[in-house]
Design a protein around this ligand. Structure first.
Ligand SMILES: [Zn+2]
Length: 201
């Protein structure tokens, strides 16, 4: 199985641990290795390096210079689906978005989505993948943003009740109402409000 861009980048950084590495030579090496197993050069290895930095695996020293510290990185290295796994996910789903059923012949771009997100422990297995069009992938990402938001407001609300902060209590209620009105994240139960009149004062 050909190595993915991420695997090649990590192979380079792991063989030069604790060193400040300008990305130019890394990209050159990765491209060279990649071309041994693939007919076309890798797509945007610079972006892949930046992504590894955003995921907390590589440390950015300065512009274009990164370093890998084995003891100072998230223990679980987060890799994306390999191209082979992606293809198997698409194949299983019939090359169609599992939500809207549209495929490439309808002019939509497909992506392999992690059903359980990587940062919540989801792995890169076929079973954890599903085919989504870009639109539904974006909706799913935004949906988890609103989920995180609702949980945050629940915590804020509980704190405000403890401190009897009426302004924040009422603000949070408005936010929960807004979630309800738009039918967003109904599976997360909003806090039970015992005495609406009392708190509304
Ligand atoms: Zn879709």
């Amino acid at each position: 199985m050909p190595k993915s861009i991420n695997e090649l980048i990590m192979q380079y950084f792991q063989s030069h641990p604790n060193k400040d590495l300008p990305h130019g030579p890394v990209v050159d090496w990765v491209t060279k290795q990649y071309l041994k197993e693939n007919p076309t050069p890798p797509r945007d290895p610079w972006r892949a390096i930046r992504k590894l930095h955003q995921d907390g695996i590589l440390i950015k020293v300065s512009k274009g210079i990164y370093r890998y510290e084995p003891h100072n990185t998230k223990q679980k290295v987060i890799f994306d689906f390999s191209d082979e796994i992606k293809e198997k996910i698409f194949e299983r789903d019939g090359y169609k978005c599992v939500v809207c059923g549209r495929g490439r012949e309808d002019g939509v771009e497909l992506c392999a989505d992690h059903i359980k997100p990587k940062d919540k422990g989801g792995d890169n297995s076929i079973d954890n993948g599903q085919t989504l069009c870009m639109e539904h992938n974006l909706i799913k990402k935004n949906y988890s943003q609103t989920e995180a938001g609702k949980r945050f407001f629940i915590k804020l609300y509980q704190k405000a009740v403890k401190m009897n902060d009426k302004k924040i209590i009422n603000f949070c209620k408005c936010v929960f109402d807004c979630y309800d009105i738009h039918g967003i994240n109904g599976h997360i139960t909003r806090p039970k409000i015992k005495d609406r009149k009392e708190e509304a004062k």
